[in-house]
Design a protein around this ligand. Structure first.
Ligand code: MG
Ligand code: MG
Length: 262
């Protein structure tokens, strides 16, 4: 069942979603070679708690951390730990926040140090896939319109679209109906109505679409070992144009100082 939100509820979701962006901006300041993924997890958790909110992922189905940190061939759900970030890594950071009973969910993929042009293109195309999907998230369209837009842009660039993990409704729970796949057909799936809030989150592989799960029971990695990228916004479906509830602006202010543009 899809739970449609009132405008008041959407504002609570916006609050949580904006906290995610600010937590990811704190992460952006710290991400450099030699830093452990556990360290950036602590930075995000401390920031979220300082705002009287809670990390949404910690304890979710037993996940042990505030962030999912997925490096290079890791697609999503990487567990922060002792790994030290290296020059040239691409680091996907996914974060959820719950405040006042409402969830926000957003993710960004960061290049660290000297990342090759090939990987930078993967990041740019994946971010563009997200916005192509968001353009379709308007009242009267169907979920498949989002899916096809994301898939087409990725595949037109020769990339693989992960099938096993999808976007989702979000709000009272971290994961609600409907599923929002990153592949599919225009005109298929549920029709979108005012009050629908969803997380759109393309996971795009430089190589083939296939993924595998690591033995830790969480981390998803590309089967061919090539890099993957992940960008996510929480959005409210509106007539004409979606309302993007999360924001990359705080993150990209930090990146601009580092002369990084995606
Ligand atoms: Mg997420
Ligand atoms: Mg999500």
């Amino acid at each position: 069942m899809i739970y449609y939100k009132t405008q008041e509820e959407i504002e609570f979701i916006r609050h949580s979603s904006l906290l995610v962006g600010k937590a990811l901006a704190e992460v952006a300041k710290e991400l450099k070679p030699g830093v452990t993924t556990a360290h950036i997890d602590k930075i995000a958790e401390d920031y979220i708690r300082s705002q009287n909110a809670k990390p949404a992922f910690k304890g979710y189905r037993g996940f042990p951390a505030t962030l999912c940190v997925s490096v290079n061939a890791q697609v999503v759900h990487g567990i922060p730990g002792k790994y030290e970030i290296r020059d040239g890594d691409v680091v996907s950071v996914d974060c959820g926040v719950v405040f006042n009973g409402f969830y926000g969910d957003s993710a960004y993929t960061f290049p660290v140090g000297n990342v090759g042009e090939e990987a930078m293109k993967l990041l740019r195309v994946t971010k563009a896939c997200l916005y192509k999907g968001i353009e379709q998230a308007v009242v009267g369209n169907r979920i498949g319109d989002i899916s096809e837009a994301v898939q087409a842009h990725a595949e037109n660039n020769g990339y693989g679209v992960v099938r096993e993990l999808v976007g989702h409704g979000v709000g009272k729970y971290l994961h609600e109906s409907p599923e929002v796949p990153n592949y599919g057909k225009k005109g298929a799936g549920p029709k979108m109505l005012e009050g629908l809030v969803i997380a759109i989150e393309p996971m795009i592989n430089m190589g083939k679409r296939n993924v595998k799960q690591e033995r830790d029971g969480w981390t998803i990695t590309t089967s061919d070992g090539k890099p993957s990228a992940h960008f996510e916004h929480t959005i409210a479906v509106k007539p004409g144009r979606a309302d993007i509830l999360s924001s990359f602006a705080p993150i990209e202010e930090v990146l601009k100082l580092q002369q990084i543009e995606i």
